[in-house]
Design a protein around this ligand. Sequence first.
Ligand SMILES: Cc1ncc(COP(=O)(O)O)c(C=O)c1O
Length: 409
Amino acid sequence: MTTFEKTEQFVLGNYGRFPVAMSRGEGARIWDEAGQEYLDFCTGIAVCSLGHSHPVLVNAITEQAGQLLHCSNLYHIPQQSELAQFIVEQAMELPGKVFFCNSGAEANDGAVKTARKYHYDQTGTNDRYEIITCQQSFHGRTLGGIAATGQEKVKVGFDPLLPGFVHIPFNDAEALREAVTDKTAAILFEPIQGEGGITPATAEFFQTAAELRDEHGLLLMYDEVQCGFGRTGDWCGWRTILRDSGVVAEPDVVTWAKGMGGGFPIGSFWVSDRCAAAMGPGTHGSTFGGTPLASTASLAVLREIQSSGCMAQIPQLEAKVKARVAGWDYPQIAGVRGVGLMLGFQVNLDTLPEGEQTPIYLVKLLMAAGLLTVPAGADIVRWLPPLNVTEAEIDEAFEKFESVLDQLN
Ligand SMILES: Cc1ncc(COP(=O)(O)O)c(C=O)c1O
């Protein structure tokens, strides 16, 4: 039986998969079982921040695996405390505390619980339970995650959903203001919407959200699962967006996963000192949260991102990509948007053959040309290269992309 046949017969069919089976990776490259090489600008959807098989990560995991893989959170875990200190002091640079889990959806579930519990502790009631999120958002596939997500397609067939979520148009500051009521516990949004189509939040939207937090005592929560930990050229996506805006919108809660383990599964959320006390003993937990192995892997990734200085090259790489696309004259591509190495090429769907008018059509052609990309939203092809991608690899990706667009014309 081939891998394709085994997947078909034994694995739950919840994913639409491309007919490729991956076998090994190195740096920004990945090879399939047939030996075909690809430049990997998918990186497990923004996960492999250091590329594949980075020796620092491989060595850290190997050494820790021989020392202690797992122990319960009934005990102190030195690697977990070390990682939490790194996140608080180096990444957030704001006082607070960190909880560890295994995925982005779990991190967001924890954020939602934090918001409800914070207000419960203030009032002794659960009257403030509503979370405002945005249309086109994506917050994960758990029952909490799909309720929070502002896209109908993830919810169909799963009623009754967890109640208490209100969705407003993304970047509509007025709609945000109007949505706040005495039931509102928190505002949750992605500083850069990823799955929805690579749309950064505006500084005005951040500012309004921060004002509403101050006026109403609600919590301001950022989902940095996709845009966090270096992808934008800063540890924090929201900081990159706000850097030159004059707007200050420091959050109460931030959630992460994806790139923080460089491919090792780990998620987390940070809460400011304002609401840390809400999540005391017995309120929340995860058997696998912050194990010695997961914490070691994440620490190795974050320290390597820091010591290699790879975040510093990201603004130049972003500018290089945007400048090259600005010079393009391909009818298929309307332009490129995004922040840092979270980039979305907007496809003019009506230029594609009938019956093929989705970004997946281009993603398949690019894959055949040896470049892995990811579809997003209705009309976006995403580039999510490793953070340590080289300029030469970006040039190579452009050569492949342009050869596909030349063929189409
Ligand atoms: C912004 C955002 N939040 C949450 C999630 C869910 O993360 P996970 O798949 O690790 O549960 C994703 C995944 O794509 C995401 O992009």
